[in-house]
Structures are given as C-alpha cells and as structure tokens.
Ligand binder design. Structure first.
Ligand SMILES: Cc1ncc(COP(=O)(O)O)c(C=O)c1O
Length: 399
C-alpha cells in the first residue's frame, strides 16, 4: 500500500518506478512485467509474502512446520527471480512439501490473487490472466507435475477416486521422450498420492535420431515406490509385430502378478509362438547389429521425408526423435476451429483414402491436431501425402 501511494505521489524514483513507465507493446510489457515482478518480490514483497504464505499454511495445517515451508518457497522464489517461475515454484512446492489437495486449491486462488495484484500494481491495460503464470511449460503439451496435481485435484473435486497414473514413454502420439529428472518427478508425484504407475515403454526402441537418450524406469537404481510401479512392453512397435500380440508386464508386486496370471490364463500365447519369440529375443547380435540399426535408419528416413512434406505445406508439427508418428497441427485446414470441423476433415481424408488419427480421439484439448503414421515405405508415404491434398484441391494448400 505504501509503495503504491509513493508511486501515485511520484515520490519513488526506484528502477521499479521507471519500469512501470515503459511502453506497453506486448513484448515490452512482458519484459516490464518480469523486471517489475522480480524487483518487487526481491525488494518489497519478500517478507510480506513469506509471512502471508506461512500464515496460510499454518491455518490449513497447524501441525506442520510452516517455517520450513515458507523458507522452501522463498528460496525458490528468489532463485527463480520472476513471476512466471514463481507461480510454478509455488505449485511445485505444493507438490514437494504437501500432498493434500486443499493446498492446491488454495494456491490456485493465491495465483488468481497474484494476477489481480499484479494487474493493479503493474497497471496492466487489461486484467492479467492467472493461467499465464502457471504452466512452466517449455514445449507444447509438456507433462508437468503441476498439471498432474491439477488433474488429480479436479478428479477428486468430482469425487472420482484416482488409483493410478498411466505414463507412456516414449509418448504416443506426441513422440516426447521424458528426461530422467522429469520421469522421477512423475514417479514421486505418484508416490505422494499413493498412485500405481503403469509405465508403458512400448516404443522404447524406436528412437531414431543419433544422440537422443531414452531412460527406462527400470534403469533407476531406486524407484520411489517399487511395489506400485509396473512396466509394460510388447513386441508390437519395437519389432514391428503388432499381430503377434505378445507383451509383458514387469512388476515386483506379487499381488498384481497373481491377478494378472488369472487373466493371462485365458489370453495365453501359443507354445510354438513363445518358442519363436524367445529365439528372436535371444539373438542379440542380430538385434544389435542388424535389426535395430536398419529399423532406426528407415524410421529416420521416413520421418525426414514426412517432416519435409509438412514443412512445404506450411504445417506446424512437433519435431521429435522417437515413435512411429508425427503430431501435426492441421488447424489451418479446418473450416472453423472446432472438433466438428476436425471430424469433417478426418472424414474427407478417409474419402481420399488416407486414414489419420484426429486429435480428439487422443483427448487433445485443442481442435486441429492430427497423428500421422510415418513408419511406411516412401512410396506409400508419397501416395498418402499426395492424396492428402485432394480435399484441399481448391485451396491454397494444394501443392
Ligand atoms: C502406447 C501404446 N501402448 C500399448 C499399445 C498396444 O500394443 P499391442 O499391440 O501390444 O496391444 C499401443 C498400440 O498402439 C500403444 O500405442
């Protein structure tokens, strides 16, 4: 309040005051916003915010050590140094220190309050959007612990009992490969909430770019919650053998093994097939020196071709190094940005004899995204991409 009054009086000449006077074009206002936020937090608000957060936490969890929490929060705020990260840190801190849903909700309202506060003190021309402070994403559709926390809270608010988390790494349809640290943070999130993790690593051998690393949870020396971590793999993708229908679930949880044994009884793999697959898996020399290098080279060539065609069509896509699919944004080809228009486009492409996966089928929140399979012979890819243009024959996209 005092600070605001001094600003109104024009009695402050601090850098904060100067930055408030900067022009408000989009780019500049964003920079100003960060500079201002950093200096305000560091110089003016740190103590008050610390005390406020500690008081809130103490009110909700009187039994907890609020000093530790507020120190943790403030250490991260100082280190982070801007509001974008500040909000993320608060949410991370929520994940780190507390597993109760009420704090997540509390912090959401803190986030809104923070946005209102900054709107006023930064004199933003329009109210700042709390969502712009939250995500901490560095790439599209990135899985983050705050998103997991938010999804869990939202499910719990609807009285849905969440028992497990399914993670796909490398991801279908995005092609994302989770870095080891991120993976560990998801596992720790699951442990905090006593969730089983079903880790689907069915695409683990499809990494086709040099120098890109994949981390299996089975490579961790120590899992956060071993008896609730279960790893799935099958031959379908890595050995291009979907029809065989042979997969495995690896878990040290004997109850899960027993339960699955009952299901496996009626889904048995025929003996001769078991024998052939065991022989295939035993032949490491062929796998390492023949099969995998050839498979990777072909995937890379097909990906390069498809990505090139998309670029020439002006289609944005996620450039990833794994999997059999490209996740591309076809929004520009929709009649309007709706899921109905997305299905319409999908149908039009089927008419042109091209089957793609449309985003809604993958619960994509934004219409227009599609999954394109590129693990095909170049001739088929060429035919598919050419047929793809048929529905756009009268539009500028036809190339
Ligand atoms: C992520 C993921 N998991 C599992 C499966 C199922 O594979 P399977 O053919 O072994 O049943 C698929 C198939 O598309 C997949 O994409």
């Amino acid at each position: 309040h005092t600070f605001d009054k001094r600003l109104a009086d024009g009695t402050t000449t601090s850098p904060v005051h100067k930055s408030l006077a900067l022009p408000t074009s989009d780019h500049n206002s964003k920079r100003t916003f960060c500079t201002l936020t950093r200096s305000m937090l560091q110089q003016r608000l740190r103590n008050k915010l610390e005390a406020a957060v500690a008081a809130i936490l103490h009110a909700v969890w009187p039994w907890a050590n609020c000093e530790l929490w507020s120190d943790g929060l403030m250490a991260m705020i100082t280190q982070a140094g801007n509001c974008y990260t500040l909000s993320k840190c608060i949410l991370c801190a929520c994940g780190t220190f507390v597993s109760s849903p009420p704090l997540t909700r509390l912090l959401c309202s803190l986030k809104e309050e923070m946005a209102r506060f900054l709107t006023d003190y930064c004199r933003a021309p329009a109210p700042l959007d709390p969502e712009n402070m939250e995500s901490g994403e560095t790439y599209p559709f990135q899985l983050t612990v705050p998103k997991l926390e938010a999804a869990l809270t939202s499910a719990q608010d609807k009285e849905i009992c969440v028992r497990g988390l399914i993670l796909i790494n490398p991801h279908n349809p995005l092609g994302d490969i989770y870095p080891a640290d991120d993976l560990m943070s998801y596992l720790q999130f699951a442990k905090r909430h006593k969730l089983h993790v079903i880790m689907d690593e069915i695409y683990m051998l499809t990494i086709f770019k040099e120098g890109v690393e994949f981390t299996s949870v089975l490579s961790f020396d120590c899992l956060p919650d071993p008896s609730r971590t279960h790893v799935m793999w099958s031959l379908s993708k890595d050995f291009a053998a979907s029809g065989l229908r042979i997969g495995v679930l690896y878990t040290c949880n004997s109850e899960v093994i027993q339960a699955l044994g009952k299901i496996a009884y009626v889904h048995g793999v025929p003996g001769p097939l078991q024998s052939s697959v065991a022989q295939l898996l035993r032949d490491r020399e062929w796998i390492d020196s023949e099969f995998l290098p050839t498979n990777r080279a072909r995937l890379l060539a097909a990906h390069t071709y498809m990505a090139g065609r998309l670029r020439s069509m002006g289609v944005p896509y996620l450039d990833r190094a794994s999997g059999l699919y490209i996740w591309a944004n076809f929004q520009q080809f929709l009649k309007e940005p709706t899921f109905e228009a997305e299905v319409e486009l999908w149908r039009a492409l089927i008419q042109a004899k091209v089957l793609i996966g449309h985003g809604q089928a993958f619960l994509c929140p934004e219409p227009g995204w599609v999954r394109l399979v590129f693990s095909e012979k170049q001739q088929s890819l060429h035919l598919g991409m050419t047929s793809c243009c048929i529905p756009f024959r009268n539009s500028s996209v036809e190339q």
